[in-house]
Design a protein around this ligand. Structure first.
Ligand code: OSB
Ligand code: MG
Length: 372
């Protein structure tokens, strides 16, 4: 792999409806897309999953734009790599953090390698699955009744997991209402750091509802308190925000700070790190699943490919395009079958979807091309 030219492109893609989590609201997604090109014409697209505001991780679309142009692209452009796994060490050596910025380029290089080798990205990563079970992530609603309605509709559509966003004051009553309406549904909750250990009693009340897991109840970078909390809960804790590297995943296992990991490749610096976390968890008998960041169809292609690895045994937050957008930026758009599964595109090399250039051009607000 030798990337000759890199184009950064910011697009504005309006969500069909605002998505509210405990730490903020997303309405118009500002999305950073990368276009990677080799001198011989091989090319592909990737997506940086950072949002406009630092309310999920410290990174934002603007810090990523800076990090990619100033530090990350200069270490990759024009350099020859025998295998995409050789890129992470170069980015890790002397750039601290900036995982989402690193991931955007690192994952793009994996896709470029797949294009050049004529294999689907999912297979280059070591994926074995042809279909991925899909979950939906439901934002915080105005009332328990409104949430019940959404959850019931999701189950009727076929979703294999329903994730309820919670925060203090919108937790036990909301989850109870959904559980009473849907006694057998696979449910989980995600707090996005909204609680402290002092509120463990509230989280303990959720044990009554047979949740598959409770995702990231405590601080975004915490392990010790999650370990203390896990001791007080029957429900498995799943970590999201905290797991930013393979080391943090190993720390979680050593401390029993969580029993499931939501792997978002953007959060951990890309595919090389994602695969390593997947492997470490597999060896410890800890399941993983692929989370989402309200990606466009480009980022979704990367998540679907990763989720085809064998230890991704819980449904991923991989809803079809139509859940998020009036019209996605890729063809074909992502869909889900009646059994709540998304198909891994294995019929062509690379990411398996084509970027709709007319649509992307119409949504673009700034571009920058680096390289020759
Ligand atoms: O915590 O998993 C999260 C979206 C933005 C930021 C954080 C999270 C989420 C989601 C959405 O839950 C999942 C999806 O893309 O469908
Ligand atoms: Mg989460």
């Amino acid at each position: 792999i030798r990337v000759a030219r890199l184009t950064l492109r910011e697009i504005h893609l309006p969500l069909r409806e605002p998505f509210r989590i405990s730490s903020g609201v997303m309405a118009d997604r500002r999305i950073l897309l990368l276009e990677l090109e080799e001198a011989d014409g091989a090319r592909t697209w990737s997506e940086c999953v950072a949002d406009a505001l630092p309310n999920y991780s410290p990174e934002t679309i603007d810090t990523c734009w800076l990090a990619i142009t100033e530090w990350i692209a200069p270490r990759v452009l024009g350099a020859a790599f025998a295998h995409p796994r050789d890129i992470w060490p170069v980015l890790d050596r002397d750039i601290r953090g900036h995982q989402m910025a690193k991931a955007a380029l690192e994952m793009g290089c994996w896709a470029l390698a797949a294009e050049k080798e004529g294999v689907p990205l999912a297979r280059l990563l070591g994926g074995t699955r042809d279909w991925i079970e899909t979950g939906i992530s439901l934002g915080i609603q105005a009332s328990p009744e409104a949430l019940v309605q959404r959850a019931a509709a999701a189950v009727a559509e076929g979703y294999r997991k329903v994730k309820l966003k919670i925060e203090p004051g919108r937790d036990v009553a909301y989850v109870r209402a959904v559980r009473e309406a849907l006694p057998d549904a696979p449910l989980m909750a995600d707090a996005n750091n909204a609680y402290t250990l002092a509120q463990a009693d509230v989280l303990q009340q959720l044990d009554a509802f047979g949740l598959m897991m409770i995702e990231q109840p405590l601080a975004h970078d915490d392990l010790l308190r999650h370990a203390a909390l896990q001791k007080q809960l029957a429900t498995p804790v799943c970590l999201d925000e905290t797991i930013t590297s393979v080391d943090r995943a190993e720390d979680m296992l050593a401390l029993d700070a969580g029993r499931i990991i939501n792997i978002k490749p953007g959060r951990v610096g890309g595919f090389t790190q994602s695969i390593a976390i997947h492997d470490v968890c597999a060896r410890s008998g800890v399941p993983v699943w692929c989370g989402g960041m309200l990606e466009s169809g480009v980022g979704r292609a990367y998540n679907v490919a990763l989720a085809s690895l064998p230890n991704f045994t819980k449904p991923g937050d991989l809803s079809p395009s139509a859940r998020y957008w009036a019209r996605d930026v890729v063809d074909p758009e992502w869909t889900m079958d009646a059994d709540g599964r998304v198909r891994v595109p294995l019929d062509r090399p690379g990411i398996g979807v084509t970027v709709n250039m007319d649509r992307v051009d119409a949504l673009t607000v700034r571009t920058l091309t680096l390289g020759v």
